[in-house]
Design a binder for this molecule. Structure first.
Ligand SMILES: [Mg+2]
Length: 265
C-alpha cells in the first residue's frame, strides 16, 4: 500500500500556496522548457494534475482502497464525510485558465468559476460514490466553498451524473459561523462545527429541506473522512496534525488524495 509519506511528497510539488479560504491558487512556477518544445507558463502542479498519468493512478488507487474499506451495507445513520474541491470535483481547468493568463486565485474569479458548474470529477470518485449509494450509504459533502455557492456545487455534481439525491447527499458550504467556532470546545478546524452538527442531526444541508422529515435531521455516525487536505479530517490543523498518530486510521477511516495545486501547507 502506498504510504502517506509518498502522498505528502507529491503534494509538495513546487507550488507555493496562498492558503486562502478553502482554496488558493498557486503562484505560477514556470516549468523548465524542453529543447524544441514551445515554452509555457503553467506550473508543474497544474501540469501534473491535468496531464500526468500519475495523478489519475493515485486518485483512483485511493478511491479503490476506500471502496475496499466500506461496509457491505451501511447501518442507518452511517455517513461518509467528503470534501468537494480536489476530492470530488477537479478544478484544474480553473487553475489552468488563471495561470495561462498569468493570474492566480481571487475570490471573485473563483466564485465565477463555481457558478459555471463545469468542474469535472476526480478520477475514481464516481465508482466510490456508486458503491456508497449501492450499499445504502449517505454522503455529507462538507466544503469550504462559500455556502452561498452551494446550489452551484449541487448542480455541478448532478451534471456529472453522480447518483446523488437529497436523501443520500447533504451539501453544506462554509459560513462565518464555521470560522468563528474555531477555538471553542472541540472545534479545532473550520469544518468541525459542521461535523458536530451532522452527528447531532442539526446539519443545515443546502440541497435539502431542513424540516424534521429530512433524512438528515437525525444523528449520524461518521464512518469515513475523505479529502485532499489534512484539515478534511476532524480535530486537526495543518500545523497540529501528527501524521504518526493519524496513520493507523489512514486506509480504513481516513483517505487523503493528492493535490499539488494548492493547500493549507
Ligand atoms: Mg479540497
Amino acid at each position: 500500500m502506498l504510504s502517506f509519506n509518498k502522498l505528502a511528497d507529491i503534494s509538495k510539488v513546487v507550488c507555493i500556496s496562498a492558503a486562502i479560504s478553502g482554496i488558493a491558487a498557486c503562484s505560477s512556477t514556470p516549468s523548465t522548457p524542453l529543447a524544441g518544445v514551445k515554452s509555457h507558463t503553467l506550473s508543474n502542479a497544474v501540469i501534473y494534475q491535468t496531464s500526468s498519468k500519475e495523478y489519475p493512478v493515485l486518485s483512483s488507487f485511493v478511491y479503490n482502497q476506500a471502496i475496499a474499506a466500506l461496509p457491505a451495507r451501511f447501518a442507518n445513520g452511517d455517513v461518509v464525510v467528503m470534501d468537494v474541491d480536489e476530492t470530488v470535483l477537479d478544478n484544474s481547468t480553473y487553475q489552468k485558465e488563471r495561470e495561462s493568463v498569468g493570474l492566480g486565485y481571487s475570490s471573485q474569479s473563483w466564485a465565477d468559476w463555481v457558478k459555471r458548474e463545469e468542474a469535472t470529477l476526480v478520477p475514481g470518485v464516481a465508482d466510490f460514490i456508486d458503491e456508497v449509494v449501492k450499499r445504502n450509504g449517505k454522503v455529507a459533502l462538507i466544503t469550504n466553498r462559500d455556502k452561498t455557492l452551494d446550489k452551484h456545487t449541487w448542480n455541478n455534481l448532478l451534471a456529472q451524473g453522480l447518483p446523488l439525491n437529497t436523501s443520500n447527499t447533504c451539501v453544506v458550504g462554509r459560513t462565518s459561523k464555521d470560522k468563528e467556532a474555531v477555538g471553542q470546545e472541540g472545534m479545532i478546524n473550520d469544518k468541525d462545527l459542521r461535523r458536530m452538527q451532522l452527528t447531532q442531526g442539526k446539519i443545515a444541508c443546502s440541497n435539502t429541506s431542513n424540516d424534521t422529515a429530512s433524512t438528515w435531521a437525525v444523528p449520524h455516525a461518521i464512518i469515513m473522512q475523505i479529502g485532499d487536505n489534512i484539515e478534511d479530517v476532524g480535530g486537526v490543523t495543518q500545523e497540529s496534525a501528527n501524521v504518526e498518530l493519524l496513520m493507523p486510521r489512514v486506509g480504513t477511516e481516513i483517505f487523503i488524495l493528492p493535490n499539488p495545486m494548492y493547500g493549507s501547507w
